[in-house]
Design a binder for this molecule. Structure first.
Ligand code: SAH
Length: 239
């Protein structure tokens, strides 16, 4: 094993039970699975036990990629399709299931990026920092852009929490497994992004000040983080 790289947020899973519990959050059998940052392939091996149709891997660390290439050389289900998730085009895929123990330093960025591939993905199961898992949970109070966008594109579940003991090296934070199940309908993400930029521009201001609109609504007199998700969506639906 080479020295884990902090810059790539490398915390490798070492607990087979957790690995099984993660993959059990979806139905991998017969499906196309995409794994981001497979590392040494610990989670990949569990995914393969579920008999998926194909597993696509994207690993940024050149040394790990070489190790994976060797490890799965004779496995025609495994395809290494790229090295950086942000540079890999996923538009060729349909009904993908994404599974990942995400690099924590860029987890929210990756999640928002994958929202733009909603058409190609059915659902996503991620290990992320527990604190981050709360930021996406639109059922909790205090709206933010993550909650809003998550609700617009998906239904979101926090599946279970994970202790830092199941990793090497141990991260300083607690972890959680979460699931995004994308809605079937078409979503105008540009519109949703523009709206969220506006309405969250200054959370101390009242909504009518941020939206700068002639429309009238009794919710406009509140501040955006005082709304619940249904109220926020009802405002979004006016535009
Ligand atoms: N899935 C493995 C490793 C998780 S650690 C396990 O559970 O053991 C995060 C992994 O993401 C590392 O292997 C790291 O090299 C990789 N990674 C970091 N940034 C990445 C990026 N932009 N694209 C793809 N992989 C990345």
């Amino acid at each position: 094993m080479t020295k884990p790289k902090k810059s790539l947020s490398q915390n490798f899973l070492i607990d087979k039970n957790i690995s099984k519990k993660i993959v059990n959050q979806t139905n991998a059998k017969g499906n196309h699975i995409l794994e981001i940052g497979p590392g040494y392939g610990f989670l990949t091996d569990t995914i393969l036990e579920h008999n998926p149709k194909k597993v696509y891997l994207i690993e940024k660390d050149y040394n790990l990629k070489k190790i994976l290439n060797k490890k799965y050389k004779n496995n025609n289900k495994v395809n290494i399709i790229g090295d950086d998730i942000f540079l890999t085009n996923l538009s060729q895929f349909k009904n993908l299931i994404v599974i990942s123990n995400l690099p924590y330093n860029i987890s929210s960025k990756i999640i928002l990026y994958l929202f733009s591939y909603k058409k190609n993905i059915n659902e996503m199961i991620f290990m992320i920092q527990k604190e981050m898992s709360l930021k996406f949970d639109y059922k909790l109070p205090k709206m933010n852009k993550y909650k809003f966008l998550t609700r617009v594109v998906s239904s979101y579940t926090r599946c279970f929490d994970v202790s830092s003991k199941v990793f090497f090296p141990k991260p300083k934070v607690k972890s959680a497994i979460v699931k995004f199940k994308f809605n079937k309908g078409i979503v105008d993400l540009n519109k949703a992004n523009d709206f969220s930029t506006k309405i969250f521009k200054n959370v101390r201001k009242k909504i009518y000040n941020n939206l700068n609109t002639n429309l009238d609504n009794n919710l406009f007199d509140k501040r955006v983080n005082q709304l619940n998700i249904d109220e926020l969506i009802s405002i979004y639906d006016l535009f």
